[in-house]
Design a protein around this ligand. Structure first.
Ligand SMILES: Nc1ncnc2c1ncn2[C@@H]1O[C@H](COP(=O)(O)OP(=O)(O)OP(=O)(O)O)[C@@H](O)[C@H]1O
Ligand SMILES: [Mg+2]
Length: 341
């Protein structure tokens, strides 16, 4: 299997690393197809986009025509990536939707339909990256339904179809999860050994691996950001505090919510223990909406792409029911609390 090349921090290009179980799962999906739509959800920067790009490679090796759409791609060349045999269909779909970037999701769905009408029983894969922000959270359900229709009421015959959607938006789980149109799968940050491999690619003076692991919890994006910030964690914490307006969040909490938040900093499962209290419920909503914590349910292997996080890891802020997306998210909140109070 070819491993895709990925842009990392400071112009570094790295190969897709590790994630052995995830790749095996993509292979299984390639054999079976997906039903219903699969929505992959996980911490920001944990590697969802990287996984979809690698999945494109694996699916093509299994004879799939793949269309990948990422309306939020920084580089416009990466907004729509497809198997070369789809070129004509993409050209035609682009004529139907001239405003490519606002309609990129429609273009991709259209291309999948054309392929089914034109090829004889094709294998088709539609990979949708971060589409919910682009179509608007209010439309998230509608689009998942459109994708499910592609599976259930295809415009032409297909041999197999794979539909994967990636999202880091906490609220999508509520919005989309209340229907049975999608199966949710969680992807966590990288495991220690895979993450070490990525850490080893970075040359030059750098902090000890254990320190970076404790700070990032294996999140590759934050590893890159720390490297980009010359390993100064305060710079990153301040960016997170500003970016997510955490001081505002803390300042607007009522006293009970603030009290619960302090407990949750020490142990995310305190949220679960207090969930009968309305203040814990409102706090939970805020922390999920701001992509600070994730409900991690159980560790049933079926619910996870790649390896699930450990049952509990207090140092990394991982509890049985809830987990901080990374220790950096937790530290940012901690710092926001200290500076507001
Ligand atoms: N398995 C991997 N091997 C090597 N690098 C990786 C891997 N996974 C992720 N990365 C790198 O880590 C960074 C963040 O990954 P990526 O963009 O895939 O995260 P994401 O989950 O899609 O983030 P977001 O939630 O913002 O969409 C990227 O620079 C990516 O290249
Ligand atoms: Mg992404």
């Amino acid at each position: 299997m070819r491993r895709v090349k990925l842009r990392f921090s400071r112009g570094l290009v790295v190969e897709f690393m590790d994630r052995g179980r995830a790749i095996e799962q993509v292979r299984e999906v390639a054999e079976r197809g997906t039903y219903p739509v699969y929505v992959i959800y996980g911490p920001e920067g944990c590697g969802k986009t990287a996984l979809l790009k690698q999945a494109k490679e694996v699916l093509e090796e299994h004879g799939y025509s793949v269309i990948y759409a990422n309306p939020l791609a920084e580089d416009r060349d990466e907004a729509l990536i497809y198997t070369p045999t789809l070129r004509d269909a993409v050209k035609e779909a682009l004529k139907l939707f001239p405003d490519l970037y606002s309609r990129i999701v429609d273009v991709a769905i259209n291309v999948a339909g054309m392929v089914m009408r034109r090829l004889r029983r094709p294998r088709v894969a539609v990979l949708m990256d971060d589409i919910f922000q682009a179509v608007g959270l209010d439309n998230a359900e509608k689009y998942v339904k459109m994708l499910l229709n592609l599976i259930e009421y295809p415009p032409g015959e297909y041999e197999k179809i794979v539909v994967l959607v990636a999202s880091s938006e906490g609220v999508t789980r509520e919005r989309v999860g209340r229907h049975n149109w999608a199966a949710f799968r969680l992807l966590w940050n990288m495991g220690r050994e895979g993450f070490r491999e990525l850490y080893n690619v970075i040359t030059g003076p750098k902090p000890e691996f254990e320190d970076i692991w404790s700070l990032t919890g294996g999140n590759p994006r934050y590893l890159g950001r720390l490297y980009g910030a010359n390993w100064n964690p305060d710079l990153i914490l301040n960016e997170v505090i500003k970016g997510k307006k955490l001081r505002r969040l803390v300042a607007l909490l009522n006293s009970r919510e603030a009290e619960i938040l302090r407990d949750v900093v020490n142990n995310p499962d305190m949220l679960f223990e207090r969930l009968k209290e309305p203040e814990a419920q409102s706090l939970e909503r805020k922390l999920i909406e701001l992509n600070l914590i994730i409900e991690v349910w159980d560790r049933d292997m079926q619910s996870w792409i790649d390896e699930p996080p450990p049952e509990r890891d207090p140092e990394l802020g991982i509890g049985r029911y809830y987990a901080w997306q990374t220790p950096i998210h937790r530290e940012a909140i901690k710092k926001a609390i200290e500076t507001v109070v």
